[in-house]
Design a protein around this ligand. Structure first.
Ligand code: FPP
Length: 246
């Protein structure tokens, strides 16, 4: 089905589809707890939701989808949970190759990927290379990502440029700052979705979401569905975006 056909069928206006949707996927642990299951089961179910939402995004015609898969803070969880998340990530990077190739999706990452275990990095690098030529959608996984660390990294590069005389302090502008971030090649998110009802940003894309529309749902990530995603997108299409201009 073409993206126009899907957007029309779902009541979405193809002309107003957000270019970039970013998602804080939260609530896997609570989903498992409610069912007296191990937290890892919640992450496993969450990985299935990732597949559903990636597929729906591509069909709707979203150009950039960015998912908060592992934060810098997540390293502090138990060794068993971190290992399970790494196993799920590695598994996803292999099992979803077919989906990414069929749907012309390019994989990308933001974050300190060098901190990931060697075997995960190797698998990641294979999937990045395999999908590098795909053009219809960019799927970005935030891995060992923290926005403050990203900003610190950018400040260091800008400071070095000034110190070594490549640029003057006066010439630093918003464009130079944006260029120093992991997200340099993508537009800012139009829409930021957070599941599980928490009213927090949790160190995600702090600079980039300055003018993003926010959608927070109480639904836990493993229960988040294509239908609810479409409803959020419909609501987004009725909003009037002002970008600070009256
Ligand atoms: C939050 O749930 C979610 C995460 C820690 C990361 C998201 C991970 C996945 C969706 C699974 C694997 C990802 C991929 C890309 C295959 P939480 O544990 O913080 O939930 P809680 O707040 O209810 O405890």
């Amino acid at each position: 089905m073409s993206s126009d056909a899907l957007t029309t069928q779902s009541g979405l206006d193809p002309a107003k589809v957000p270019r970039h949707v970013a998602i804080i996927m939260d609530g896997n642990g609570r989903w498992a707890k409610q069912r007296l299951m191990n937290r890892v089961r919640g992450h496993e179910k969450g990985a299935e939701t990732v597949r559903t939402i990636v597929t729906a995004s591509r069909e709707i015609g979203i150009a950039f989808l960015t998912l908060y898969a592992f934060s810098t803070e997540n390293w502090q969880r138990s060794a068993a949970e971190v290992a399970a998340l790494m196993r799920l990530l590695k598994n996803f990077l292999v099992t979803e190759r077919d989906l990414m190739m069929r749907h012309d999706i390019r994989l990308s990452t933001i974050g300190e990927v060098e901190r990931l275990p060697e075997d995960v990095r190797a698998t990641l690098s294979e999937t990045l290379s395999l999908t590098a030529g795909n053009r219809s959608m960019v799927l970005t996984l935030a891995l060992s990502y923290g926005a403050r660390a990203e900003i610190v990294r950018m400040v260091r590069t800008v400071a070095t440029d000034v110190l070594e005389g490549r640029i003057s302090a006066e010439s630093i502008d918003e464009k130079r700052v944006s260029q120093g971030l992991y997200t340099r090649d993508m537009p800012d998110p139009d829409l930021l979705i957070r599941t599980s009802g928490e009213m927090r940003i949790s160190n995600f894309l702090l600079w980039q979401i300055a003018y993003s529309e926010l959608a927070i749902t109480k639904t836990l990530w493993p229960d988040f569905s294509r239908e609810e995603y479409l409803a959020i997108l419909q609501d987004y299409q009725h909003r009037e975006r002002r970008f600070g201009i009256a």
